[in-house]
Design a protein around this ligand. Structure first.
Ligand SMILES: [Zn+2]
Ligand SMILES: [Zn+2]
Length: 352
């Protein structure tokens, strides 16, 4: 065991502050990573403030962060895929049983016995797992990803959650050249969805409530932008979409979007409003489907990172020192970021 520096919350009302946490010494199959950047996901804020009490109560101190990119500093004796000096990344999961049908199918995100990167029982040290707001982490090789070396690392970090969360459903629902794809909401998830849909060759339409986002949507790769409050604009697209990715977490009328799908079209939710009201005929007419999707498996996450390397895709980030994390959370609540905060972990090293 060794001590790592980290930023942690001591309770649901305390700001994140510098602390020391235990990390395990790398075992046989482990990779030790010096963390260079960690993205700031909205989940971090929910978990730190214990807003998921019912399903995932927070254990304090809580070190969030599951968009991790860094450099390998040590590997265990049985590790074959990484060596010191390699770039490496870690996303939302750090372990799973490896034996169930989901794991065997490369769908570890559905394993009943997975281990999330933070606030999850830690089988090695007891207590809970600590995430990426830290200077280092030790993770089993099976959950460590390779990072293409041509990409800006600050912008790579958010790919590990926001990236795979939008890439995976697009691959599952067959987004390819010639498909018409809608993206609802242009935030951390939405801006990645636009980049991926565009790179996969689709005709991309962004739906937003704010006309001020039009220019940005086009820059990110949208072919059209629809102001969703404008009924006439919406009407023009009825029955025309193969796939719509809905990344909005605020309450909204889902039927307005279901009606834009063509026959057998699918709308996938990656945002989580408190409740949704679905009119059955929005689905029945046109044999449409509504589904949801969480992150992706490890193999698919690697595929996504490789795709980003080939296509030169990273998230649009605002890089912050870790000392600004509490301000960043306040700004996140106001959607005041284009489009993801990425913490430069060099700032943690200089903090004492
Ligand atoms: Zn996340
Ligand atoms: Zn499993």
């Amino acid at each position: 065991m060794y001590n790592a520096k980290a930023f942690a919350a001591a309770s649901d009302t305390s700001p994140l502050a510098l602390t020391t946490i235990p990390r395990r010494a790398p075992g046989e199959s482990d990779v030790q990573i010096e963390i260079l950047f960690c993205g700031v996901c909205h989940s971090d804020l929910h978990q730190v403030r214990d807003e998921w009490k019912e399903s995932m109560p927070t254990v304090y101190p809580c070190v969030p962060g599951h968009e991790i990119v860094g450099r390998v500093t040590a590997v265990g004796s049985s590790v074959t895929g990484f060596k010191p000096g390699d770039l490496a990344a870690v996303g939302c999961m750090v372990d799973s049983d490896g034996t169930c049908s989901e794991c065997k199918a490369g769908q570890e995100q559905f394993c009943a016995n997975f281990t999330l990167t933070y606030n999850f029982p830690d089988a090695h040290l007891g207590g809970v797992t600590f995430g990426g707001y830290s200077d280092s982490i030790v993770v089993d090789e099976r959950f460590v990803l390779h990072v293409p070396n041509n990409l800006d690392l600050a912008g790579v970090a958010p790919l590990l959650c926001a990236g795979i969360t939008t890439y995976s459903p697009m691959r599952h629902w067959g987004v390819t050249k010639g498909k018409k794809v809608g993206v609802v909401g242009l935030g951390g998830l939405g801006h990645m969805a636009v980049k991926f849909a565009h790179a996969l060759g689709a005709h991309v339409v962004v739906f937003t409530t704010s006309p001020s986002k039009k220019e940005d949507a086009l820059r990110l790769g949208a072919d059209e932008v629809v102001i969703s409050k404008n009924a006439d604009e919406m009407e023009k697209h009825v029955g025309s979409f193969d796939f719509i990715l809905d990344a909005v977490s605020a309450d909204h009328d889902i039927n307005a979007y279901l009606n834009l799908l063509r026959r057998d079209g699918n709308l996938t939710l990656v945002g989580a409003p408190e409740k949704l009201s679905v009119a059955p005929f929005s689905l029945i007419m046109g044999r449409r489907s509504l589904s949801g999707s969480p992150i992706g498996g490890i193999a698919e996450t690697q595929e996504m990172l490789n795709f980003c390397g080939e296509q030169n895709i990273t998230a649009d980030v605002e890089v912050i020192p870790i000392q600004k994390i509490n301000d960043a959370y306040e700004r996140l609540l106001k959607s005041d970021v284009k489009y993801r905060f990425s913490i430069d972990m060099a700032s943690l090293k200089s903090d004492s």
